[in-house]
Design a protein around this ligand. Structure first.
Ligand code: ADP
Length: 484
């Protein structure tokens, strides 16, 4: 029975999983890498360490399964998006550390922020990879000249791994990763020469943009996945949507981790937001038109639960939030605007507030309010998505660490007035890359077949209308604005 390998190269660690034909993860191995923090606001990774960890993770998982490359039908890759690497074409040595998506050194480099929104779907803030590449060229001695001479290559982490996996034969990226650079035209799906010039990245150093599902190349002979075809590549959030089988317009996935990451499948047309949401490619199959998505993220999701646990000592564990939360919030609302508010409000000046306190309130109300804050913030982003796209929400598919909390899931269904579905395989990011690769290799024949592999573990239907508390939450948000 063929297995599909997927590399999930994340912000803190690199994993390799193997998935069987039923869409189940049968083995996994993971290695963390160092977070290099040279100064405030800067975050770097060593690309060599990431490549070493990738090889180790693949080997460890294969030893666990006791298999060889002959047992592996295809390899897929998913990765932290927007993290940029520049390396020497001959030696393969990076000329600088990878600049990580969280790094803010390129903030304000291109004003105004919405300058290229209609062409790229992005905001020219500190996230996109293109300005990070340009920063490296401007700050490493001689780099710009060497790039112009064709001596250097650049790309996001997927391109770095593809190049190394193929021993320097393939310099390619997938369209979802390319859509996070500020250099790709969202409609033509090609590098845009004007954008590249303005951002300061020579086009010749960039990888070829390919569909997410299809042939990328074959793994080099040396190494444990020798000659396995690489058949799928997706950025991490897009991969989670793919792993949730979010193939139908109107489907939304929310990943509840430290922050909240929402992606809304809007179908064959890109929709541009009036509410500060990003437009991005969800996926593209070879020889087919792309599917687009709207994206919104919330800075503080599970981080609020961590804060109650670590800073306030109010709960012993994150999981205890479920049993400690009261039946209702007792009039208490928390707006966790610890670093301002992201989508859809975009208010960097906002700060956190707890409002509605009375002598009656105790920790159970505050914990309840924290769980509700996660749901209110999700509803705000979803409402913005629906308003921007005109595509109504059919269902919210959820993954991430917080979705173990059943109370939170019921609250989410109630507060949003929509069905919430948790899949039985919640490692959706890695699963998405495996799905893409297996589909590309013909292990699975259609999106429909993949949909059949995603079994819901549990669903929650709305049981009560919560518009009243949502209105009070919005009043609480007003209190958090203009505070800094
Ligand atoms: P990340 O990938 O961002 O590190 P995870 O997906 O691992 O995050 O989720 C971890 C987050 O989920 C933490 O912020 C933690 O506080 C929160 N969390 C974990 N379990 C629960 C739970 N049962 N109830 C509420 N929050 C939880």
């Amino acid at each position: 029975m063929p297995l599909i390998a997927a590399i999930d190269q994340g912000t803190t660690s690199t994993r390799c999983v193997f998935v069987n034909e039923e869409g189940r993860i049968v083995a996994s191995a993971q290695y963390e890498h160092e977070q290099i923090l040279p100064r405030q606001g800067w975050v770097e990774h060593d690309p060599r360490e990431i490549w070493d960890n990738t090889r180790r993770a693949v080997s460890t998982a294969m030893v666990e399964l006791d298999i060889t490359a002959a047992d592996v039908a295809a390899l897929g890759i998913t990765n932290q998006r927007e993290t940029a690497v520049v390396w020497d074409k001959e030696s393969g040595e990076p000329i600088y550390n990878a600049i990580v998506w969280q790094d803010t050194r390129t903030a304000g480099r291109h004003e105004p922020a919405d300058k290229w929104h209609k062409k790229t779907g992005l905001l020219a803030n500190s996230y996109p990879a293109g300005p990070k590449i340009a920063w490296i060229l401007d700050h490493v001695e001689g780099a710009r000249e060497r790039a112009e001479n064709g001596e250097l290559l650049a790309g996001t982490i997927d391109a770095w791994l593809l190049w190394n996996l193929t021993d320097g034969e393939i310099h390619a990226t997938d369209v979802t990763n390319a859509s996070r650079t500020l250099l790709m035209d969202l409609k033509t799906l090609e590098w845009d020469e004007d954008l590249c010039r303005e951002v300061g990245v020579p086009v010749q150093m960039l990888p070829r943009i390919r569909p997410s599902v299809g042939a990328f190349g074959v793994v080099r002979h040396r190494g444990t996945l020798s000659r396995v075809p690489i058949m799928g590549v997706l950025g991490d959030q897009q991969s989670a949507l793919f792993g949730q089988a979010g193939f139908t317009p109107g489907q939304v996935k929310n990943t509840y981790g430290t922050g909240l990451f929402l992606l809304h499948n809007t179908g064959a047309e890109p929709h541009f937001s009036d509410h500060g949401l990003l437009t991005t490619v969800a996926y593209q199959r070879a020889d087919a038109a792309p599917t687009y998505a709207l994206e919104g993220s919330v800075a503080v999701g599970g981080a609020l639960i961590q804060w109650l646990r670590d800073q306030l000592g109010m709960i012993p564990t994150a999981a205890a939030s479920e049993s400690i939360a009261a039946e209702d919030n007792g009039g208490v609302y928390i707006v966790p605007a610890f670093s301002g508010l992201f989508a859809p409000r975009w208010r960097p000046d906002a700060r956190g507030v707890i409002v509605g306190l009375t002598r009656f309130a105790d920790r159970s109300h505050i914990v309840r309010a924290a769980l509700e804050a996660t749901c209110f913030q999700t509803r705000e982003v979803v409402e913005a998505m629906v308003a921007d796209s005109g595509v109504p929400l059919t269902e919210l598919r959820v993954d991430g660490g917080m979705v173990a909390n059943d109370l939170l899931m019921q609250l989410q269904a109630d507060i949003m007035g929509a069905k919430v579905t948790r899949p039985s395989e919640i490692e959706t990011t890695a699963l998405g890359a495996a799905f893409a690769a297996g589909l590309g290799a013909g292990v699975w024949e259609s999106l429909k077949q993949l949909e059949g592999l995603v079994a819901p573990d549990k669903t929650w239907e709305p049981q009560a209308n919560r518009d009243d508390i949502f209105a009070d939450w919005q009043r609480a948000v007003e209190r958090s604005l203009d505070w800094a």
